[in-house]
Design a protein around this ligand. Structure first.
Ligand code: ACO
Length: 343
């Protein structure tokens, strides 16, 4: 029987390191290092420079994942691109990544499908479930799955937006999901969504129910109300639901796979907030060394957090062949997911 496993990982963050102090000093955010660290564990994040887009960040991570899997781009059968900060309203960033990887011209051109996923912080897990299905069905042998975000372009640095702007950073993570006859890889993916909370964490830059979808001033220029331009988040509601849903979906994954939490070697939690993850780890009695994190360095990179962390742990030897791992995420939608893999 065909199994799907992760044959390569890659990660990329842009070079500018923005510490909490730099957020105050250089971006004018009315906050403090103490406030942010105490509530979120974040000490710094990366911001991409103007002119760099989400597909650019993704291309770096994708190349590293391809090299790790010892594959050339033309050996891919499908691109899956998860992001909430796409380069354009349309087309999706998947085709831009295809072009950046050299798949649209020259001798190695390959017009493989490029599918964009709009599941925010759960985007990587929704993508992994999709890649797993394609590979196990025989429809694809190698799938490139990327989570990438350029949040810095859409953060409100005024006092109004500081709760959100303190949390997010830019970055990309990528994996190659490949077919294998070995008994390893993705054991199961478990997803959920609750649209009744769609506006609890959202960015409504435009409203397609309006005519036109963005109001125009007398000169024909689009005008967006700041309440719609920037992301809105009810942080306390997000915190509460994140804990409940991540606990539930991880439990569902373990029950379905007949795996005890103690059998899992490493837990890769979405890096939204260190306090959420510490709460989860404590309530599930998980030892700290089994719950790696990098949010202190990168902030919340949404769809990129889990693949970035996988790449980091694979590089430094914490994640090794034969380990049993669990991935869990929760985010806007609300959406959530978990997966169990034998690495
Ligand atoms: N610096 C200083 N003060 C701030 C900041 C800031 N960055 N942000 C908000 N405040 C102030 C507010 O203005 C408010 O002041 P007031 O009492 O005078 O009105 C006070 O701090 C409390 O504001 P709250 O929004 O109620 O802050 P809270 O204690 O809930 O903490 C936080 C906010 C950290 C976002 C918390 O709710 C949280 O961690 N929620 C989880 C949300 C999350 O992690 N989202 C990530 C994205 S979603 C995802 O990836 C799952």
């Amino acid at each position: 029987m065909i199994q799907a496993y992760i044959s390569g990982t890659g990660g990329y963050v842009p070079p500018e390191i923005v510490t909490n102090d730099a957020l105050v000093r250089d971006y004018g955010v009315e906050t403090s290092h103490e406030w942010i660290v105490q509530r979120t564990g974040i000490e710094a994040r990366r911001f991409a420079e103007a002119g760099v887009g989400t597909a650019d960040l993704a291309a770096h991570a994708a190349r590293e994942a391809l090299a790790d899997a010892r594959l050339a781009p033309h050996q891919l059968d499908l691109i899956l691109f998860a992001t909430l900060s796409p380069d354009y309203a349309f087309p999706g960033s998947g085709v831009l990544l295809q072009r950046a990887l050299g798949l649209t011209s020259g001798p190695d051109a390959k017009f493989i499908p490029a599918l964009d996923l709009r599941n925010q912080c759960s985007g990587f897990l929704y993508g992994l479930a999709t890649a797993n299905a394609w590979v196990r069905s025989g429809a694809a042998k190698h799938v490139l799955l990327v989570g990438a975000e350029t949040h810095s372009a859409a953060l409100d640095f005024s006092a109004r937006g500081r709760t959100v702007s303190s949390l997010f950073g830019d970055g990309a993570g990528a994996v190659i999901v490949s077919a294998t006859a070995d008994d390893r890889g993705v054991r199961g993916c478990y997803l959920g969504a609750d649209g009744s909370e769609a506006e609890t964490l959202c960015q409504r830059v435009w409203d397609i129910k309006q005519r036109p979808f963005i109001p125009l001033d007398a000169d024909g220029n689009g005008k967006v109300d700041p309440a719609h331009l920037w992301a809105h988040m009810d942080g306390r509601m997000v915190f509460k639901h994140a804990i409940t849903r991540m606990t539930e979906v991880l439990g569902r994954a373990c029950d379905d796979q007949r795996v005890a939490l103690a059998d899992i070697d490493l837990f890769f939690f979405h890096q939204a907030n260190l306090r959420i993850n510490q709460y989860l780890a404590e309530s599930l009695h998980l030892p700290a060394e089994k719950v790696p994190h990098n949010i202190e360095r990168y902030g919340n990179t949404t769809a990129a957090t889990i693949p970035l962390l996988l790449a980091e742990c694979a590089r430094d030897g914490r994640l090794r062949r034969g380990m049993k791992i669990a991935l869990t995420a929760f985010g806007s939608g609300f959406t959530w997911g978990a997966a169990i893999l034998d690495w």
